[in-house]
Design a protein. Structure first.
Length: 326
């Protein structure tokens, strides 16, 4: 810093103001200091600055199941939002969900000096995980039992929209292909589907369980295709809906004339399925942005712990129609 000050012909305090982004330096002097920094290859020492300010400008993200559609989209949105706010992201994957694995992830992030953590692990087995005291934490896609802010899609609203859409077309009931029992999102969608049917006085068919994959959708579709009473299916995600469409086609059940299908997510490819898929859109960009905003509010103690529910939207395409339409 002293070398920069000598080359620029200014004081060390002026260099410090420029390096820390202060505004009380005139434009000509600021340009001269920055030019000296470039010539000398000077970069502000972030670690030293963090020790002085107590802020590292870094957030940790603990995540499980990196390959799932929702996780990748939410991570992308978190990284974009954090970068826009001047924060780096330290990703900590958890390969096997357990209380100890999550505790170890928090320990490792603590050693890497982060200002707060976004936790993207929705497995219900983590109900009683002790999250660290004193470290700001935001939980994404989970139940609201934590003493930390929770940000999630309004899963129950989305499932209700899907189920009521099919009932509104005239279907007597709606079958459901749910996600894994360990998933909060799958559980909320299942409960909302079931409650919506009961609220409308409809029978609740047996639940089918999948693992979010198109292969699981195909297996379930092969079973459902054999039952002529099945005229409407709500799949808990678009990938399983894709497998359903293939199975129904192979078994001679046309969509939507014989069977209507609704998915959940509105992945980019959903509009290119055949037929184009009616689905529930959850906006992962909003979830990521709200997660970062909520965490930064926690870091700076400017907000309460109220959960954030991001609204969903039903996107109607050509995979749904009144029953037996010709």
């Amino acid at each position: 810093m002293a070398d920069v000050a000598r080359l620029a012909g200014v004081s060390g305090q002026t260099v410090s103001r420029v390096a820390n982004g202060r505004q009380n330096v005139d434009a000509v002097t600021r340009a001269r200091v920055k030019d000296a920094m470039r010539q000398l290859g000077y970069r502000p020492n972030g670690a030293a600055r963090a020790l002085r300010s107590g802020e590292f400008r870094s957030i940790g993200v603990i995540v499980f199941e990196l390959s799932t559609f929702g996780t990748t989209r939410t991570l992308d949105a978190i990284a974009t939002a954090a970068t826009a706010r001047g924060y780096s992201v330290n990703l900590m994957p958890v390969l096997a969900v357990s209380r100890q694995a999550v505790a170890d992830a928090f320990t490792r992030l603590g050693e890497q000096a982060v200002d707060g953590v976004i936790m993207m692990i929705e497995a219900q087995v983590l109900d009683d995980v002790q999250l660290p005291v004193g470290l700001p934490v935001v939980v994404v896609h989970a139940g609201v039992h934590y003493d930390h802010p929770v940000v999630d899609t309004d899963q129950m609203q989305g499932a209700r929209l899907a189920t009521e859409h099919l009932l509104g077309l005239g279907h007597k009931t709606v079958w459901h292909l749910g996600g894994p029992p360990s998933s909060y999102a799958a559980d909320q969608r299942r409960r909302s589907w079931e409650q919506t049917l009961r609220d409308h006085g409809c029978d609740v068919p047996p639940l089918l369980i999948g693992d979010w994959s198109s292969a699981a959708g195909y297996d379930a579709g092969c079973r459902l295709a054999a039952d002529d009473a099945v005229t409407a299916i709500f799949a808990a995600n678009d990938q399983m809906a894709l497998g359903l469409l293939r199975a129904l086609h192979e078994h001679g059940r046309t969509v939507p004339n014989d069977v209507s299908v609704v998915g959940f997510d509105d992945m980019e490819e959903a509009a290119q399925f055949w037929p184009p898929l009616t689905t529930v859109r959850q906006t992962f960009a909003d979830i990521g942005r709200r997660s970062v905003d909520t965490l930064l509010a926690e870091i700076h103690a400017t907000d309460d712990h109220a959960p954030v529910a991001v609204p969903t939207e039903l996107i109607i395409r050509h995979s749904t129609a009144p029953p037996h339409s010709r």
